[in-house]
Design a protein around this ligand. Structure first.
Ligand SMILES: [Zn+2]
Length: 622
């Protein structure tokens, strides 16, 4: 590195800045690349009935109320249920839906949704012991069932507070940040639509908006019960995840912000309260409670060598991490190039010693979110981006930053297949999911968890929109090291956010820049040592692969002749270890290589080979 820098400086002195690149590129050996094929976008099957079919009685039935010419698709609900591991199917057949014990009406119910006889069927269903979760019911024909007298739509309700209640759906909401959430910043004169209900005296209000109207209410009818939400999961889950919210977050980073998670937890608690002998696919592998995902950003010429210290300390604490590498091969206004020996040798050492590597772009521009997508044909030999300052650049594209960095990492580091990306300065262009998936990536970590108000990983929607998911999964950053007063002074605060997430089965992502290792690595070790033993500490890549396999898993649970025995069938499309199912009923014995946790309620699967189905016979305790 010293030699090439000296050449660069000499060249600069002799020829002026315009000629620097040319001379240095002649003086230093060209970097090795590996071809990155440009992939086509694969659109999911458009029909949600076929993608999410009925297959076993325990599934929640989603009755899709709005399949018209301009439908609000079920994506927000699909995100919520899949992230929580709740089994479900989607249907337009009301009798089919009502043959299941738990039914969700989505996305809304108006005077065109049901006929009078169907309204009677819904009421009979609940009276006989059925449970319905609905949002935005506007039809007078169902107001008696749902327990409201009137409603008022508004875009000016900014806060929501859960009531002190013993209702089981608020079971997981115990912290102040969960009991009160913000729907949007009051810097906006209008935010998301909400429907404030005036409840019937028979109904119980579980959450209220700031104007006192009911946001979530419940009504018991006969043996069953209904829940009604005056918001859409599109606005309180998906809109936060794709960062098109009205700045609803209360912090940007380093704090616990569950503004979207509360709705996932309400659905989870609803399923667990009313599902009969329910089973849920756990969010964390190995029967553990939570996971701490470690990462480092290497985005400065002196950030490479300290990375080895972090890796060593992590290994000594039974942990590992993912390093996101800025592959800077050009000089520009922000810094000189630094992707050459010995820095590349350090990356190879990190890789062989068990760390995983991702891309952290090339020029690390704070203007990345404004870059053009590019052609997709950018390569190392032709792509010449330049930062003109922190926020502006010339010759740079989203495709270029994503693809060429992968070409270089895959070319220079043996056995490297770069599939994880993190944007410089966490600036996210709407075209990022497309550039990533078409360049063969699978994972991204460019948002903060506070900003997307969610601490669970999620499928990143294409164009950061509302229509369909991309192939990319997002793992937002919970804790970072640069906010004042610096990570070394914030370990107890970081631990609090990690423990709050652990209570919910969510994960925490830690980002520490490897620009120095003495103080920061000591602080990281301090954090790792204080971590409860049921929080897994792992690199981001390992967990991301688990999450992808989990999200694509097919499974079913059928009860055999006697209710004390059940069969769990699982098919994974990817190799995966440690998949865990949580059971309402305690398990006595299981067949095969699966193991049961000491609490008898968690079943941990052995390693699954891709494409194979396994059947596990379960005997419940009785
Ligand atoms: Zn960075």
């Amino acid at each position: 590195m010293k030699q090439s820098l000296a050449v660069a400086l000499l060249a600069f002195a002799l020829c002026g800045s315009a000629a620097v690149w040319k001379l240095t590129s002649e003086a230093t050996p060209a970097l090795r690349t590996k071809v990155v094929p440009l992939l086509e976008i694969v659109h999911q099957h458009g029909d949600p009935f076929q993608r999410f079919p009925e297959s076993f009685p325990l599934q929640v039935a989603v009755f899709w109320t709005n399949p018209g010419t301009d439908p609000e698709n079920p994506l927000p609900l699909v995100h919520s249920l899949k992230e929580m591991g709740i089994p479900f199917f989607i249907t337009r057949d009301l009798p089919q839906a009502l043959s299941h014990r738990l039914v969700i009406l989505y996305p809304s119910v108006d005077s065109h949704t049901f006929t009078e006889p169907q309204a009677d069927q819904l009421t009979t269903f609940v009276r006989q012991g059925g449970f319905i979760f609905a949002q935005n019911v506007f039809w007078g024909g169902l107001q008696h069932l749902f327990g409201f007298r009137s409603f008022a739509p508004s875009r000016k309700r900014y806060h929501l507070a859960f009531s002190a209640t013993k209702d089981p759906v608020t079971k997981y909401l115990n912290r102040p940040e969960e009991l009160e959430t913000q729907l949007g910043s009051d810097h906006f004169s209008e935010i998301i639509w909400s429907n404030g209900y005036v409840a019937d005296p028979r109904a119980e209000v579980l959450a209220r908006f700031d104007d006192g109207s009911a946001a979530l209410l419940t009504n018991s009818v006969g043996k069953g019960k209904v829940y009604l939400l005056g918001l859409s999961l599109l606005d309180v889950v998906l809109r936060n995840q794709n960062n098109r919210d009205y700045e609803a977050q209360r912090h940007y980073v380093n704090a616990f912000e569950p503004g979207a998670d509360v709705w996932l937890l309400v659905l989870r608690a609803w399923y667990e309260a009313y599902g009969k002998d329910w089973v849920r696919l756990s969010t964390i592998p190995g029967g553990q409670r939570s996971a701490l995902l470690l990462s480092h950003d290497v985005d400065w010429e002196n950030s490479f060598a300290p990375g080895l210290d972090f890796a060593r300390i992590e290994k000594a604490n039974q942990a590992s991490s993912t390093f996101f590498i800025q592959t800077k091969y050009v000089d520009d206004a922000n810094s000189k190039a630094f992707l050459f020996a010995p820095n590349i040798d350090i990356l190879r050492q990190l890789k062989t010693s068990g760390s995983t590597l991702g891309s952290h772009s090339i020029i690390h521009s704070r203007g990345f979110n404004k870059f053009e997508l590019g052609s997709g044909h950018e390569t190392y030999s032709s792509y010449q981006p330049r930062g003109l300052g922190f926020d502006t650049a010339s010759g740079a594209t989203v495709f270029g930053e994503v693809r060429v960095s992968k070409e270089l990492l895959d070319g220079e580091i043996p056995d490297q297949d770069t599939i994880f990306f993190r944007a410089g300065h966490l600036r996210v262009p709407v075209s990022l999911p497309e550039a990533l998936e078409r360049s063969g990536y699978q994972f991204d970590s460019s948002f903060t968890a506070d900003d997307v108000l969610s601490n669970f990983p999620f499928a990143l929607p294409r164009d950061l929109g509302f229509e369909e998911d991309s192939e990319i999964y997002e793992f937002p950053v919970t804790i970072e090291d640069e906010e004042s007063p610096g990570f070394t002074k914030r370990v107890p605060q970081a631990l609090q956010a990690i423990l709050a997430n652990a209570e919910n089965g969510a994960v925490s992502v830690v980002l520490i820049h490897s620009n120095e290792s003495t103080q920061k690595a000591a602080a990281e070790q301090d954090l790792l040592r204080q971590l409860p033993p049921d929080i897994v500490k792992t690199d981001m890549m390992t967990f991301a692969k688990f999450w992808r396999a989990r999200d694509r898993l097919q499974w079913s649970l059928t009860t055999t002749s006697e209710p004390i025995e059940a069969v769990l069938q699982v098919k994974s499309y990817e190799p995966v270890t440690g998949l865990t199912f949580e059971f309402q009923r305690p398990i006595e014995t299981v067949t095969g290589a699966a193991t049961v946790s000491p609490d008898h309620r968690h079943l941990v699967l052995p390693e699954l080979a891709p494409g194979h189905s396994v059947s596990i016979h379960i005997n419940y305790l009785h």
